[in-house]
Ligand binder design. Sequence first.
Ligand SMILES: [Fe+2]
Ligand SMILES: [Fe+2]
Length: 383
Amino acid sequence: MEHLQNENANCPLPPLRFRNGAFRIMVVGDLHEQYDLSDELDRLKTADSMRLLWTAAETLRPDLIVYAGDQGKDDDEEKMRAIIRRITAPAKEYDIPYAVVFGNHDPECAIPKARQLELYREEYGNFYTFDGAPGVTGCGNCLVPVKDGAGERDILNLWFVDSLNLCEDREVSYYDWLREDQIAWYKDTAKRIKDARGGLPPALWFMHIPVREEYRLLKKARLWEYPYSVKAFGKRRGRYVPRDPSIGYLGEDPACAEVNSGIFDAWKEVGDVRGAFFGHDHMNEFAGEVDGILLAQCKTAGFHNYTDGCNAGVRLITVDEARPEKIETHMVHFKELGLKSGSLGPIQRNFTDRQVINIRIASVAAGAIAVAAGAAALVWRRK
Ligand SMILES: [Fe+2]
Ligand SMILES: [Fe+2]
């Protein structure tokens, strides 16, 4: 079997390659699956998530599926295996290669991430995440090249990186950030490819927790923008809206680490990464360029945890073989696939979570005004 031409470590799978002039990736974010579906609502949520996954895989027939972290967890290995079997079943059925990056919730169980990688491979072996950086912080850091349609040259690189979990010192940051050795591994690997081949193919980067530079796509909200603004905490405290509405939907504050790891600057220095794709923030689906690098949020594809109403979806990325430095990407939502939710009530089916929050705020405000007006009227009548 031909091995991946990977400078760092060998993955025992045939190289990925462009097909019909393009390479298409379907990103699946934050499924948060669980084994126990004895509760009726949990069963309906999983049914909705799986309907989305099966329909998207069948309709889009991508060349690769990337699970963007927070896939699911269970302390029992066989139950964890069952979760993995459930979520990878559509890829297996349609013979689609896949990869995963780990999210902050994936290690919250008794199955270590390294063992989880083995379970993925055992359940469906067309699996492209591997330990490409032995000894480096994190699990499943790897580089996967994609060859042109003829299978001759690597014309696109895919970086899969573990964005780690929670910071030990919550005073410093709630979420952890990439370690220096991960960034050094990225730079060294890229340099080795560049030195060996006289150039570096354009690349896409996948990890769970977004980079702080996402805030450069946002701006502080003015008073009249509050109804569609999001509230941020920590060093970024304040209310934000998209700097340019064309970047797409901002449903919540980007929940990145309080410390900037420096990976964004490393991308600029190395010059290969054209697009970076993140999960973690279940409602966000904006995508915009910062210093020429596309930063794209992959909204949740799952109905467990918070879901943004009926707007769950997958992100499709298309790279053109003739111009692999150009990326086209958009969300494909549950509703657009003609699906109907069995787990959500009528309000959640028809409104986003942000709209529901605004309706609640408006109701409370209206109630407070009514009480104040009633009290004022009472006082006036007594005079
Ligand atoms: Fe999540
Ligand atoms: Fe997360």
